[in-house]
Design a protein around this ligand. Structure first.
Ligand code: AMP
Length: 327
């Protein structure tokens, strides 16, 4: 029997209509009890190939514990396995709940939160339709309050990922703009424009998703198209790209209400040197690079990169596949 498109659509995950205030309340409560670590960061605007790029300095993140290894998941605490009441914002998805929204314990900006699967699923496996539908439902819930969310996902050794339990991260865009006097917006929003893509030192693949209505299967179709392009950029003409299970490359995904973007990753970052050529640290980038942001944890790196922003450009040139269309 032929299947009609409506039969194929997944039921839309239902979220509380007041999601932004739910997140804000949970965040303030947990910062007050010190369950969440958030200390104000310093931020500055750099111009990289005429793209406004924000550099953020968070000294408190220097004390964030690093998981011993992503490849030995059994040896360390999984924060997403059964989140405490203080960290949990809300479970949601079809019954039983497929996902949890939890606070990020090491918030980069206020109200930084996480969408994790309720049951353990590997971070390195390809995303499923219900993951993408759940992420888009959050974007939609914010849009209903005229607020924007930037969603990102890190997968694979070179992507900046640290936790093996599947999760996407969500950042309220107005909080990412705090401390900047304008002139910056989420990079991903402009990535369907070849002129903007052409200014980046790395290859990135992007599609407009505005007309898809947040349908999980449609979002997954776009995701797989972008993932295929990313695999081909890394592996060459790939005839054997699988669409289930373990991803064949490291990559970051970004999503806003109108754009989905995928960047294939080859390295996590690169060294930072001071003006005397001494190594002062390492700039590691995750999916927030697709928002046009980079985060540093030491004052020496912060000073070195502000003095010589071209180092950010050089690191951007190493993290992915060099952009053949670069202008
Ligand atoms: P990733 O590095 O992409 O794997 O993302 C993992 C995220 O989990 C990071 O942004 C961490 O700050 C966050 N995180 C680490 N430990 C915890 C925890 N105990 N509770 C909530 N979030 C955490």
């Amino acid at each position: 029997m032929a299947t009609t498109p409506s039969n194929k659509m997944l039921p839309k995950p239902h979220l509380p209509p007041n999601l932004p205030s739910l997140v804000a309340t949970a965040f303030s409560r947990s910062v007050a009890t010190k369950t969440v670590n958030f200390y104000p960061t310093s931020v500055t605007l750099l111009t990289i190939n005429s793209i406004p790029f924000q550099l953020r300095y968070s000294p408190s993140l220097a004390s964030k514990p690093k998981p011993p290894s992503v490849t030995t998941p059994k040896l360390f605490f999984n924060p997403f396995a059964s989140p405490t009441q203080e960290m949990l914002i809300t479970p949601f998805g079809t019954s039983p709940p497929s996902h949890n929204l939890v606070l990020n314990k090491f918030a980069v900006v206020p109200e930084h939160f996480i969408l994790s699967t309720s049951a353990f699923k590997p971070q390195t496996h390809l995303l499923e339709a219900d993951d993408l539908a759940a992420a888009y439902a959050c974007i939609d819930a914010y849009a209903r309050h005229n607020k924007e969310l930037f969603v990102f996902f890190n997968s694979g050794d070179h992507s900046g990922a640290s936790q093996p339990h599947r999760h996407l991260q969500l950042l309220p865009v107005e909080n990412m703009k705090e401390g900047l006097e304008g002139g910056w917006d989420v990079l991903a929003k402009g990535l369907t424009d070849p002129n903007t893509r052409g200014k980046l030192p790395f290859e990135v693949f992007a599609r407009d998703i505005k007309g898809l209505g947040g349908d999980g299967e449609e979002l997954r179709r776009v995701y797989l198209e972008l993932y295929n392009q990313a695999c081909e950029a890394v592996l060459g003409v790939a005839e054997d790209i699988k669409h289930e299970g373990e991803a064949q490359i490291s990559y970051n995904l970004a999503m806003t209400n109108n754009i989905m973007a995928v960047v294939p990753r080859l390295t996590e970052g690169g060294v930072v040197k001071d003006k005397d050529g001494q190594e002062v640290g390492n700039l590691a980038l995750n999916g927030t690079v697709l928002a046009g942001t980079a985060l540093v944890r030491s004052e020496m790196e912060w000073n070195a990169l502000r003095e010589d922003p071209d180092q950010v450009n050089q690191v951007l040139g190493r993290i992915g596949v060099p952009n053949r269309a670069k202008m």
